[in-house]
Design a protein around this ligand. Structure first.
Ligand code: PRP
Ligand code: MN
Ligand code: MG
Length: 183
């Protein structure tokens, strides 16, 4: 375990198992859509959700497009700046497609609220959110999620794509960062 991590919350194996379950559920949910010849596109929210979407896509037994959007609200700090910036848009037109946003964590809900509004305005056939973690915090915007991997404690978590000042993203597990690291 990394010396900056206080406690492992979800192991590599637990994450893999949960991601497989979500992938299977999505496969069933979108089977009829695919049968009708309609397109499904997974949109990963860079950079945090890159790992989650890469694993999720491989657990889906239907053809899906993979696209990426880059948003930032945290910068290098431990707290949201409150301002959401789009750094990179999706590469292809999503109108008429079934969009599944893959996000690593829902915290204040600022990022996903912004994204849902932004993507909805482009006329997708459907728009849903799948998040690996949803933080149990009081101050969270209402964001409807089709699937939540884990309800996670209100702590600063890192690993499996989640960073603190660009570190720890490549940890294969998700853990709580020691407070002395970011205080
Ligand atoms: C983090 C995380 C989510 C978002 C969640 O991204 O990956 O996208 O914050 O927080 P919110 O619900 O309070 O908006 P960040 O802005 O740190 O960018 P990153 O994905 O590149 O790390
Ligand atoms: Mn992010
Ligand atoms: Mg971040």
């Amino acid at each position: 375990m990394d010396q900056d991590v206080k406690q492992v919350l979800y192991t590599r194996e637990q994450i893999a198992e949960r991601v497989a379950q979500i992938g299977e559920a999505l496969t069933q949910q979108y089977a009829s859509v695919v049968e009708r010849g309609e397109q499904v596109v997974l949109v990963s929210v860079l950079r945090g959700a890159a790992l989650f979407m890469a694993d999720l896509a491989r657990e889906m037994d239907i053809p899906v497009e993979m696209d990426y959007i880059a948003i930032s609200s945290y910068g290098s700090g431990a707290k949201s700046s409150g301002v959401v910036r789009m750094i990179k848009d999706v590469s292809s037109d999503i109108s008429g497609k079934h969009v599944i946003i893959a996000e690593d964590i829902l915290d204040s809900g600022l990022t996903l609220s912004y994204l849902l509004k932004n993507l909805a305005s482009r006329g997708p056939a459907s728009l849903t959110v799948v998040t690996l973690l949803r933080k149990q915090t009081r101050a969270q915007a209402q964001v409807e999620c089709a699937h939540v991997g884990f309800e996670c404690p209100d702590e600063f978590v890192v690993g499996y794509g989640l960073d603190y000042a660009e570190r720890y993203r490549n940890l294969p597990y998700i853990g709580i960062l020691k407070p002395e690291v970011y205080q």
